[in-house]
Ligand binder design. Structure first.
Ligand SMILES: NC(=O)c1ccc[n+]([C@@H]2O[C@H](COP(=O)([O-])OP(=O)(O)OC[C@H]3O[C@@H](n4cnc5c(N)ncnc54)[C@H](O)[C@@H]3O)[C@@H](O)[C@H]2O)c1
Length: 425
């Protein structure tokens, strides 16, 4: 990280889980940042210091706003005069195919403001070829300039892990790439003002592929232990003990743990960007990804079937039971419930006739499942009221002693609890 920074005018398009932490870092490094987001709702909250991203505490957002070097708006014209623009907009799937409409609209918004000497960096996770074949042509068409000759373009995938207290944006090595060597140098120089280590990758395509590989690796390994957990249960072997034992090997093994399925903006989506590309470009199927999708998507159903069997042993039918689901977020200590396996599990339990209550102190936004469930606090009364409790997301904020003391039956999908009334996944 350099110590003296030449302040740049930075526009960050997308003020979500990726764009907001990035904006805060850039402000601390000394840059002037304008955060632009298409959601008026988000902009209104951020403008008064109300952060919805756990990794950006309100005090950090307040400090940035008070510094006079950060402002947030939904007005695209505000990016006028930028030196560096970073695009951190969503890249979801639409009917199983990559939806790059957000990247396209962000590029169209930026293009009229690109000047000779500008640097534009794409951060969104996407399939190889997006930066050069989709992003650059839109910037060129809207600006009348030539990428490489007149302005620079980079790709630098984000690696943030919300809630991770060890590795953050500043400490996690950041991949940087560019459409040519000057773009690479400039992208590297920009991130080096607030990231400790940058890793230069020779092409945007290789950097785009690297990001997809990272998430596919995790997705496939989670599927492996999820399938193992289902077999181990039927074989009457404690899979958690086997995993812990295997993890004592100091080389050649990396520990992954089973769970109720995968969620968030990355694991359930990014590998499909890769398999889609392989199918489109090569006409072949990426079998590892498809198998992993199949197994991980099945996990909420499996959890529901395990709960049904556990309730049966107590003489209670799932269709007449009251179930308390602990955790709505897709991961521990986070408030993000996008693609959460908890939502799939809740729908399955409701379809089977259960009455479902949900406790999650981190998820504040309203969820579509709210109309069908009760959102409750984790109390002794709620635990006693339920025929069964399912621990889906093991937030540190939950009082686990209270759970094991008061619940009639607990299905623990995270291996967090112990006791005669606790059944492990
Ligand atoms: N969340 C993560 O942990 C994570 C980690 C690594 C990479 N990523 C990737 O980063 C990208 C962004 O993810 P995120 O989690 O920050 O998404 P997000 O939904 O939290 O934030 C994206 C924001 O972009 C805004 N937006 C959409 N179109 C826009 C436009 N044209 N101009 C300005 N703003 C616009 C949306 O309103 C939203 O607030 C995705 O490609 C994702 O795969 C996410």
């Amino acid at each position: 990280m350099t110590t003296t920074v030449t302040p740049l005018r930075v526009a960050v398009l997308g003020q979500g889980y990726v764009g907001l932490p990035l904006s805060m870092r850039a402000v601390v490094a000394g840059h002037d940042v304008i955060g632009i987001d298409a959601s008026t709702e988000r902009v209104k909250r951020l403008a008064v210091g109300d952060s919805f991203v756990e990794d950006v505490p309100g005090v950090v957002l307040d400090a940035a706003l008070n510094s006079g070097r950060y402002s947030v708006t939904d007005d695209a014209l505000a990016c006028e005069g930028f030196d560096v623009a970073v695009v951190t907009v969503p890249t979801p799937l639409h009917e199983g195919a990559p939806d790059l409409s957000y990247i396209e609209s962000a590029a169209r918004m930026l293009a009229p403001h690109v000047r000779p000497g500008s640097l534009v960096v794409l951060e969104s996770t996407t399939y190889p070829g997006t930066t050069e074949q989709l992003f650059v042509p839109i910037l060129e068409a809207g600006s009348g300039l030539i990428a490489g000759a007149d302005f620079s373009v980079g790709y630098s995938p984000e690696r943030i892990d919300p809630g991770n207290r060890t590795w953050d944006l500043g400490t996690t090595p950041k991949l940087v790439s560019g459409i040519d060597s000057e773009s690479l140098d400039r992208t590297d120089a920009f991130y080096s003002t607030f990231v400790r280590t940058t890793v230069r990758v020779s092409t945007c395509r290789a950097a785009e592929m690297a990001k997809l590989l990272e998430n596919t690796f995790r997705h496939v390994n989670v599927a492996l232990v999820n399938e193992l957990a289902m077999f181990a249960h039927d074989l009457d072997i404690d899979v958690w003990e086997s995993i812990e034992a295997a993890a004592t090997k100091p080389f050649g093994f990396m520990k992954f743990t089973p769970g109720p399925g995968v969620g968030g903006h990355c694991l359930p989506i990014d590998p499909s960007y890769l398999s889609w590309t392989v199918r489109q470009r090569l006409g072949r199927s990426f079998r590892f990804v498809e198998l992993a999708n199949d197994i991980n998507d099945h996990m909420p159903d499996y959890v529901a079937s395990r709960l049904m069997r556990a309730l049966n042993r107590q003489g209670v039918a799932l269709s007449r039971s009251k179930v308390l689901v602990l955790g709505l977020a897709y991961k521990r200590n986070a408030g993000d419930a996008r693609e959460s396996p908890a939502v799939a599990l809740i729908h399955r339990l409701l379809a089977d006739g259960a009455e479902v209550s949900v406790a999650d102190p981190h998820v504040v936004e309203r969820m579509p499942t709210d109309a069908l469930t009760r959102r409750v606090a984790l109390t002794e009364q709620e635990l006693k009221r339920a025929d069964a409790v399912v621990l889906v997301t093991d937030h540190d904020a939950f009082d686990y002693d209270l759970v094991t003391a008061q619940a009639a039956l607990v299905l623990d999908t995270r291996h967090r609890l112990d006791g005669p009334n606790v059944e492990q996944l």
